[in-house]
Structure formats: structure tokens, C-alpha cells
Design a protein around this ligand. Structure first.
Ligand code: BGC
Length: 519
């Protein structure tokens, strides 16, 4: 690919590099972190709705499901069943907290290998599971793998890595690659579930869960083949090796300028001694609030009700098992296609427009879904939904998913990864990933119980949060498109509320840097 970009490595001014190899490696790493995450997100819901799986491990849920005409809302209500889905996200939360330390000590290559290996063992436990304990241990190991794969692309997580690598005017599109990979993983999982569900006996769900070993093996091979990055070598003190590596990646000995930039960047990040203390300073209040609330709100859109439980939800609505899995596949494909709307518009129209438009679309469709289910099933949860009404509900769910796909889905990762300067970046990102995983866990664990107790009102519950988050974005989030990460202070300073937290010097520094950049 022709042309070059201005590097976003701190300390570098107007430095051009060729796009091809970096983009290639970046995409590869980003894609795999997202892919296995997506496969896990998408696979459990379909498996949970397969009768042989329920009969084998959750016979009482199976019995309840068969007698569902008594109360449709409570068909699948079981804490142990939801633990099968949710346990993974607790493990991912824990491992993402220490994965960065392992990466720092052993390098990206070996921590990526470890992630792939853990993931492989997890898929074997699940594919050969004989009891619930094996299922849960498998899911926990998969969670560790996800945490590692998402963290080990650099010291930071995949989204931050992508944001740092991208030129400012394409940062949104680059970063959205992570979300595209997640949804691709989800779609692959729903397609596999659709076919394996048609197999007789226990073989179907075993294949669905066991196939996670394919990306695991690819990650392990990738880790062995891919060279360690120069950044990672420099960080561990192998300066000479880092230079040789850079020369071989670039295919030239003339890498002095880029090499110096990497050393500078590493020095700068070493000087950051207390990111956790820094982020509590008043001048970083906007970042602290955003990195806590954006992932919280992303999960409170209710999206994972669809991601995890679409097949179960569709069965609750009276669909047959095959139709439910097919509908889950359709919603996944729509989510994938609509994510590209964000890829192509986020750097042009900006983050706020997408957040606000997507929020309103989700709100309207959620209210309509809740109202329709309420009218048909009432509070008692008895009754039948006709074919045309059921189709209308699927259509509404697709509209809701489309709204999420170009707003809170990709932007929930993009915005937290682009607003924090180096001195707080690692802490901010750890908060972002942990809050996201924690609420992913909560929704996964509690949804079926909430559905049983709140009934159709559950959709109004999520709609209520969509109102709050849309107002929050409208009032509190300034536009960040095209602004270099290290210049973000200007944006906060100009904001009606956050402005008072930002000292004047912070902005002047940014302006001086900007001036230098445009020289
Ligand atoms: C969210 C996940 C969600 C996925 C697909 C991601 O951005 O973090 O929780 O399952 O999108 O909808």
C-alpha cells in the first residue's frame, strides 16, 4: 500500500512509515483477540437452547421447559445454567488484570501462546464434558484465554493498541476492526450452532463447544511464527535484538528514526509511575467518569440479552428450536453488516451523532418489543404469539441490534481507548475492560431470572437506561473525532462541564505540541 502516516507514538513528530506490515500485524492480532471473544459470546446461547445439552446437565430446566405453557417467562430460569455462560466473563476480568504483567515480563509472544493454550484446554474440557464441573472449568479456562488474547497485543488491550497505531483521522475505523472481529466470531458461532443442533444425541453441542479449539490452535501457531514486536523487546531491555527485529520487519537498515521513537516512547511510559494515582487527580476526572460509565452503559443497553440468549428468547416466544437458532443467526448477520456503518462513518460524522441516533433507535425498538410481548403474554406469561406477531418481534429485535451495532457496540470500545493520555492510559483501560466484563457477567447471570420476575417489563428496564445514557452522551461527551490522543485536553477544556477540571497549562502544552506537529 502506498503512502505513509503520521505516527501516534508519543514524542514523534511528523514521522512517516509505510502502512502495510504494521496494519497487517495489527489487524491479525486485533482480529484474533476479538474473534475468540465473539465465538464465546455467541456459542453459549445456542448450546443452552439445545435439548440434549439441557437433558444431560440441567434435567430440571429441561422438564420446566417442556411444561412451559404454565409460565413462558420462567422457562429457563436457573442460576446454574446462567453460570455456564457468565463464569467466562469473571475469569476474563481477572486474567485481564494480570495479563499485562505477564506480557511485560515474558513478552507478547509467550503470553499470547499461553492465552491460546489455556483456550485450547478450555475447549477440550467443554467438548468432552461429563458433568457440570467440567463445563464450568472449561468456561473459566476460556475466559482466561480471552483475557490474555485481548491484552497481550501490547502492554495495553487490543482497542488501545489499535487506537495508538492508527492515524488520528482514521482512528475510529481502525478501532472498529475489533468490534467487527467480535461480531464475526458471534456469527460463526451461531452458524455452527444452527448446523450442530440438527445432529442427533450429544454430538452437536460437543462439536459447538469443542470447535473453539480451532482458533486456539491458530493463536498458538501465530504466537510461535509471529516475531516478538520491537516494542516488547525494548521494554524487556533487549535493545540490540529490537533494532535487528525492526530492520528485518521493515526490510531495510534505515530504521534509526523509528527506532529512536520506540525508545523514546518506552522511556516515556516508564516514567509513568503511578497511573492509578494519576487517574484520581481532578484533571483526569472526565476520563475516570467516562471509562467507568461507558462500559457500564454499553452493557445496560441490554445487548447481551440478545447475544447470549436470543435462541432462548425466541423459544420463549414460542419459536421451534431450529427457527430460534436461525433467527439468532439472522440477528448476528445484521449486527455484523451494521457495524460497518460505524466503520465508514465514525471518522466523518463523529462519535456523538452515532451514539445519539443509535440510542434513539434502540429506545424505540425496545419499547415496542416490551409492549408487544406484554400484550401477547401479559403478566401471567401464558398465551400464544401468532406467526406474524413473532416475525414482527424478530424484525424489531433486528432494528434494535442495528442501532447498537453502529453506536454503543464499537464506540463502547473506541471512546474509552482514545481519551486517555499516556500517564493514565493503562489504569483507564484496566477500568474499562473490568467494568465491561463485570457487567457482562451480571447481565449473563441475572437475565433469565430477571425475565422470570420482571417479565416484559425487562425491556422497559433496559429502555430506561438507554434514555439515561443517551442524555449522558448528549450532555457530557464532547466530540473526539480526528483529535490526536495526546491533544485531547483541548476538547475537555472547551466543554461546558469538564472545562473547570482542566488546568490552563494542560491545554497550552497540548497546543505547543500541536504547533510542533504542524511545522
Ligand atoms: C460488547 C459485548 C457484546 C458484543 C456484541 C461488544 O462491544 O462489549 O458485550 O456481546 O459487542 O454485541
Amino acid at each position: 500500500m502506498a503512502g505513509g502516516f503520521v505516527s501516534q507514538t508519543p514524542g514523534v513528530r511528523n514521522y512517516n512509515y509505510k502502512l502495510t506490515p504494521k496494519v497487517f500485524v495489527t489487524c491479525f492480532i486485533g482480529a484474533f483477540g476479538g474473534l475468540i471473544f465473539g465465538y464465546d459470546l455467541g456459542i453459549s446461547g445456542g448450546v443452552t437452547s439445545m435439548e440434549p445439552f439441557l437433558e444431560e446437565f440441567f434435567p430440571y430446566v429441561y422438564k420446566k421447559m417442556k411444561n412451559a405453557h404454565e409460565n413462558e417467562y420462567c422457562r429457563f430460569d436457573s442460576q446454574l445454567l446462567t453460570l455456564f455462560t457468565s463464569s467466562l466473563y469473571v475469569a476474563a476480568l481477572i486474567s485481564s488484570l494480570f495479563a499485562s504483567t505477564i506480557t511485560r515480563v515474558f513478552g507478547r509472544k509467550w503470553s499470547m501462546f499461553l492465552g491460546g493454550f489455556t483456550f485450547f484446554i478450555g475447549s477440550a474440557f467443554n467438548g468432552f464434558a461429563q458433568n457440570i464441573a467440567m463445563l464450568l472449568i472449561g468456561r473459566i479456562l476460556l475466559g482466561f484465554g480471552v483475557g490474555f488474547a485481548n491484552q497481550s497485543s501490547s502492554k495495553n488491550s487490543v482497542p488501545v493498541y489499535l487506537s495508538e497505531m492508527a492515524p488520528p483521522n482514521l482512528r475510529g475505523a481502525f478501532n472498529n476492526g475489533f468490534q467487527v472481529a467480535i461480531i464475526f466470531g458471534i456469527v460463526v458461532a451461531t452458524i455452527i450452532n444452527y448446523f450442530t443442533a440438527q445432529m442427533k444425541g450429544n454430538i452437536g453441542w460437543r462439536i459447538s463447544l469443542g470447535l473453539a479449539c480451532v482458533p486456539a490452535v491458530m493463536i498458538m501457531i501465530g504466537a510461535l511464527i509471529l516475531p516478538d514486536t520491537p516494542n516488547s523487546l525494548i521494554e524487556r531491555g533487549y535493545t540490540e535484538e529490537a533494532k535487528q527485529m525492526l530492520q528485518s520487519i521493515r526490510g531495510t537498515n534505515e530504521v534509526d528514526e523509528e527506532f529512536q521513537d520506540l525508545i523514546d516512547a518506552s522511556e516515556e511510559s516508564k516514567q509513568v509511575k503511578h497511573p492509578w494515582k494519576n487517574i484520581l487527580l481532578p484533571r483526569y476526572r472526565p476520563q475516570l467518569i467516562m471509562t467507568c460509565f461507558i462500559p457500564f452503559f454499553q452493557q445496560l443497553t441490554g445487548i447481551n440479552v440478545i447475544t447470549f440468549y436470543a435462541p432462548v428468547l425466541f423459544q420463549t416466544l414460542g419459536f421451534g428450536s431450529k427457527a430460534s437458532l436461525l433467527s439468532a443467526m439472522v440477528t448476528g448477520i445484521i449486527e455484523l453488516l451494521c457495524t460497518f456503518v460505524s466503520v465508514f462513518t465514525v471518522d466523518r460524522f463523529g462519535r456523538r451523532v452515532l451514539f445519539l441516533q443509535g440510542g434513539i433507535q434502540m429506545l424505540i425498538s425496545q419499547i415496542a418489543i416490551g409492549a408487544m410481548i406484554g400484550v401477547k403474554f401479559g403478566v401471567a406469561g401464558t398465551g400464544n404469539i401468532g406467526k406474524s406477531d413473532a416475525n414482527a418481534i424478530v424484525a424489531l429485535i433486528c432494528i434494535y441490534v442495528a442501532g447498537f451495532a453502529w453506536s454503543w457496540g464499537p464506540l463502547g470500545w473506541l471512546v474509552p481507548s482514545e481519551i486517555s493520555p499516556l500517564e493514565i492510559r493503562s489504569a483507564a483501560q484496566a477500568i474499562n475492560v473490568s467494568v465491561n466484563m463485570f457487567f457482562t457477567f451480571l447481565v449473563a447471570q441475572l437475565f433469565l431470572t430477571m425475565l422470570c420476575h420482571m417479565k416484559f417489563g425487562l425491556f422497559f428496564f433496559f429502555a430506561f437506561f438507554v434514555v439515561i445514557m443517551t442524555v449522558f452522551i448528549y450532555l457530557m461527551l464532547p466530540e473526539t473525532k480526528n483529535v490526536p490522543i495526546e491533544e485531547m485536553n483541548r476538547v475537555w477544556k472547551a466543554h461546558w462541564f469538564w472545562g473547570k477540571f482542566i488546568p490552563d497549562e494542560a491545554v497550552n502544552m497540548g497546543a505547543a505540541e500541536m504547533q510542533q506537529k504542524s511545522v
